[in-house]
Design a protein. Structure first.
Length: 270
């Protein structure tokens, strides 16, 4: 409930931000400090310090001024958390909230999601690149620099910030982290996301048919993310949350084979 409370209390200020990307990056910086320096975390959680003192502390730690990030970090430290570590996580989440609200305000959030999905596909199809961007033996700055060098310059600032943040954070494959962020944007937009694996791109008619079917089922607008998979011969498979529906030719043949075996077994018994 603490993160929800922080979002509700900060949303007006976030919407008024003149530079949401800089504010988000300031929150990411504070999040990294809170997760890696116990003394900084203790200072923020110390109830003897006033919120104003914590704002001053946050401002002194930031490489560039961000009054919004300082206020949000002070607010987060005043809320109740089940685990101390959650404060750093919440600062990171609030940074992402700044990026999403900023892009939404510009009307470019769907474009940001599309750019992130395209970059995620690049990482997914290049295992070496995916490993380099995920390498926890490499320094924070090296992973960030590599990501910065290969990101298309035409990307929206919010897309670049999301992609770089995924490279900065340790734990898990880069492509998986980026996928989680695109799914977060889909949820933020009030949509349900479905992943379609197919050997060749879906036709417009197939795409609209899938959207219509899942809209009736989920009662929400549907966003389709296609992943080209040459191993699928004919048809496609669909993942919606934990549910996977395999409509590939191979799956249909397996189902037919299973049905034939059952029929033959039944005939033998008779």
């Amino acid at each position: 409930m603490s993160l929800k409370s922080a979002k509700e209390k900060s949303v007006e200020e976030i919407l008024k931000s003149a530079d949401p990307v800089s504010d988000a990056e300031a929150l990411f910086f504070l999040s990294s400090l809170l997760s890696s320096h116990d003394k900084v975390l203790e200072a923020f959680l110390d109830s003897t310090h006033t919120p104003q003192e914590k704002e001053v502390l946050a401002s002194s730690l930031l490489p560039s001024p961000s009054p919004l990030a300082s206020r949000i970090s002070s607010l987060l430290s005043s809320l109740l958390w089940s685990r101390r570590e959650d404060v750093a996580w919440a600062a990171d989440e609030m940074g992402k909230e700044c990026l999403m609200e900023g892009a939404k305000k510009k009307g470019s959030l769907q474009k940001v999601r599309g750019e992130m999905e395209s970059f995620q596909s690049v990482a997914l199809s290049n295992p070496l690149l995916d490993r380099c961007l995920s390498d926890k033996l490499a320094s924070f700055s090296k992973r960030t620099d590599l990501c910065q060098k290969i990101l298309p310059e035409a990307f929206e600032p919010e897309s670049r910030a999301f992609c770089k943040r995924c490279a900065q954070k340790e734990g898990g494959r880069y492509s998986e982290k980026l996928l989680r962020e695109t799914e977060k944007i889909t949820s933020f937009l009030g949509e349900v996301g479905i992943e379609v694996r197919c050997a060749s791109p879906l036709s417009k008619a197939q795409e609209e048919s899938l959207k219509d079917a899942y809209f009736k089922k989920m009662k929400k607008p549907v966003h389709i993310r296609q992943i080209l998979d040459p191993s699928l011969v004919g048809g496609f498979s669909v993942r919606c949350g934990a549910e996977v529906t395999d409509m590939s030719a191979e799956a249909q043949l397996r189902a037919l084979s299973g049905a034939m075996k059952k029929k033959m077994a039944f005939s033998i018994k008779i």
